[in-house]
Design a protein around this ligand. Structure first.
Ligand SMILES: CC(C)(COP(=O)(O)OP(=O)(O)OC[C@H]1O[C@@H](n2cnc3c(N)ncnc32)[C@H](O)[C@@H]1OP(=O)(O)O)[C@@H](O)C(=O)NCCC(=O)NCCS
Length: 168
């Protein structure tokens, strides 16, 4: 498995990977109409290419042996100390093979001076929450929000990185 920075020419494949992953992960957790809305709006190709070009976003993809995109991660720089993990998705065929952990570890190595990484995950996505706990994240706070007409509950998690001991 190889990990590299995403390119604009990856946008089509990234969009498909995200769409499949959203359907696999969130069917029965969110309504079909909300999934359709998010897949159309958040994973729009222009949005993805803007993120790939954004100097404050690290966008990495993992490639399977036949060079298909098997997973992806986006990390946004919030300030000199804090990072925000925007997305971490591994295609269902490639899960439980160490790809998610490797994407997370390699991406953090791009930021040796940063001290904290945060993320927000749907409370209903227990599988991801357990994975993040396993990777050393801890619970920060719960949040209620509305997307379209749907109320959802999310959980903020945080992890100290690069030897930082002080939890903020
Ligand atoms: C969550 C996700 C990113 C994990 O990636 P993955 O490649 O399947 O996980 P890995 O194989 O790298 O797992 C690494 C370690 O975490 C552990 N792990 C993985 N999933 C776990 C779970 N649900 N509960 C507990 N531990 C878990 C593995 O056992 C492994 O442990 P080890 O290092 O001690 O051997 C992946 O399942 C995924 O993409 N899910 C769907 C999308 C999603 O929910 N993304 C997060 C949105 S915020």
């Amino acid at each position: 498995m190889r990990i590299r920075q995403a390119k604009i020419s990856d946008c089509n494949q990234i969009k498909i990977t995200l769409e499949n992953s959203w359907i696999d992960t969130y069917t029965n957790k969110l309504s079909d109409s909300l999934i359709d809305y998010i897949v159309a709006k958040w994973h729009d190709k222009k949005n993805l290419s803007d993120q790939i070009k954004d100097p404050n976003v690290l966008f990495l993809v993992s490639l399977s042996n036949n060079h298909d995109i098997s997973g992806l991660i986006t990390i946004k720089v919030l300030n000199n100390l804090e990072l925000f993990l925007g997305r971490l998705y591994v295609d269902s065929k490639h899960q439980q093979q160490g790809i998610g952990k490797k994407l997370l570890r390699e991406s953090i190595q791009f930021f040796p001076k940063h001290r904290t990484i945060k993320l927000e995950v749907l409370v209903a996505n227990q599988n991801a929450i357990e994975f993040y706990y396993h990777q050393g994240f801890i619970k920060k706070h719960l949040c209620k929000k509305k997307i379209q007409t749907e109320s959802i509950q999310t959980l903020f998690l945080t992890k100290n990185i690069n030897g930082s001991k002080c939890l903020k």
